[in-house]
Design a protein around this ligand. Structure first.
Ligand SMILES: [Zn+2]
Length: 410
């Protein structure tokens, strides 16, 4: 199995060695993603699965069953630019490996098992994430069709360049009845599993962000001739907010049961010229927690702080909410079964929340869903050095095989 995992991982990544100094670039609906998905098709067909492509470009590799109620597992094969070879690929690989393991055991599923490879999970190309799984869940907002990548290619054109028809993308939606459950395996992209001496992570919820854009309007002026007392320096007014966000997030997180993180992650200064007092300063703030009320109260504290900065520095501050998505809680019963399955194999588990979004959050809107994390070295992800050991991938295969066997039944 380990030999198969190693060669299949390389094949899915379209390389002969995982040592790639520039990493992997397979953007959503690109030729590279399509090439990787066609390897997925070959591997799945070699395992005896029948592969279907839906109207959103997702691939489903189906195995047997006497009912029409599918147990689904899988992830994605697209990457960010110069990303790693495990984000997404590990989940697809372990799902295929689990089917291979079950076949070798002579298992015959009562409910069909489908391994899915979702299209365009990363937001790297268009700034819009999880296009494939949103389509399956029926929650794709079709108004994104004209969103363009940095080369001016729209989502609609990118989708159609792979041989699909944008006007029929909603036909990719699956009914509630068709899918019994969905289980995604993904690399952790953090170090909590290792920090807690565990072998794998069981995710309770996926934290979705509140994103604020804070825009400070001051008054530009000559740095040499505008006296200190007469300035409306937008950057000076914004500066205390950066420290505030960091300190307040830490305080709120320590006081509550569920963790919260908040980051001033972007900044723009206008005119950004050496001899001009900044007349405008803009900051982007990303707030995450699976506790939506806690997230809201962090946002409220930021708004309150902005009001006091306005008075203190004689500037105007506008706050725009760019994103405010409720967090997704995964299915408690399915999650408990996944945890038990892993523990029955002797693996130590750690229950945690996910700070990053995954395809599973869309599936969870409609179907009982669970998310399993395997460790990745030093938590490095979206980077050429991203790495999960063959031992961890193999553990992932065993856990998935155990769960799929239980969920599909014989
Ligand atoms: Zn991913």
């Amino acid at each position: 199995m380990k030999e198969w995992l190693s060669t299949t991982l390389e094949a899915l990544n379209l390389v002969e060695t995982m040592e790639q100094p520039d990493g992997f670039t397979r953007l959503g609906y690109s030729e590279e993603e399509t090439a990787s998905m066609s390897v997925f098709r070959d591997v799945a067909e070699t395992l005896g699965l029948s592969v279907r492509r839906d109207q959103a470009g997702n691939l489903f590799a189906r195995w047997g069953g006497k009912t029409d109620h599918v147990v689904m597992t899988g992830s994605h094969l697209d990457t960010v630019e110069n990303g790693g070879g495990y984000d997404g690929a590990a989940g697809v690989l372990c799902s295929l490996g689990a089917v291979k393991a079950l076949k070798e055991r002579g298992f015959k599923p009562h409910n069909p098992i489908e391994v899915v490879c979702f299209a365009s999970e990363e937001s790297a190309r268009f700034g819009v994430s999880t296009l494939g799984s949103k389509s399956v869940a029926g929650i794709l907002d079709k108004s994104v069709e004209n969103v363009r990548d940095r080369h001016g290619v729209s989502i609609k054109d990118a989708v159609e360049s792979t041989g699909l028809d944008w006007s029929s993308i909603e036909e990719a939606e699956r009914t509630k009845d068709e899918i019994l459950s969905f289980i995604e395996l993904h690399i952790e992209q953090g170090t909590q599993i290792e920090d807690h001496g565990a072998q794998f992570g069981i995710v309770r919820g996926v934290a979705c962000p509140i994103r604020l854009k804070v825009k400070v309007e001051g008054m530009a002026g000559h740095t040499g001739t505008t006296p200190m007392g007469k300035r409306k320096d937008a950057l000076v007014a914004l500066a205390p907010l950066i420290t505030f966000v960091s300190q307040e997030a830490e305080k709120l997180s320590n006081q509550s049961q569920k963790p919260l993180v908040a980051t001033v992650s972007t900044m723009n200064v206008k005119p950004n010229v050496m001899n001009v007092v900044p007349g405008q300063a803009e900051a982007g703030i990303d707030i995450r927690s699976v506790d939506d009320a806690l997230k809201r109260s962090m946002a409220d504290k930021i708004i309150e702080k902005c009001r006091s900065l306005e008075n203190e520095f004689n500037v105007t501050i506008n706050i725009e909410t760019l994103v405010d998505n409720p967090s997704i809680l995964l299915d408690e019963e399915l999650t408990a079964r996944v945890k038990r399955a892993g523990e029955s194999l002797g693996y130590k588990t750690f229950e945690m929340d996910s700070g990053a979004g995954h395809d599973v959050m869309n599936m969870a809107v409609k179907w009982p869903s669970a998310l399993v994390f395997i460790p990745c070295e030093k938590g490095i992800s979206h980077h050429p050095k991203e790495y999960s050991s063959l031992e961890d991938l193999h553990a992932g295969v065993e856990i998935l095989a155990e769960v799929l066997q239980q969920e599909a039944g014989e």
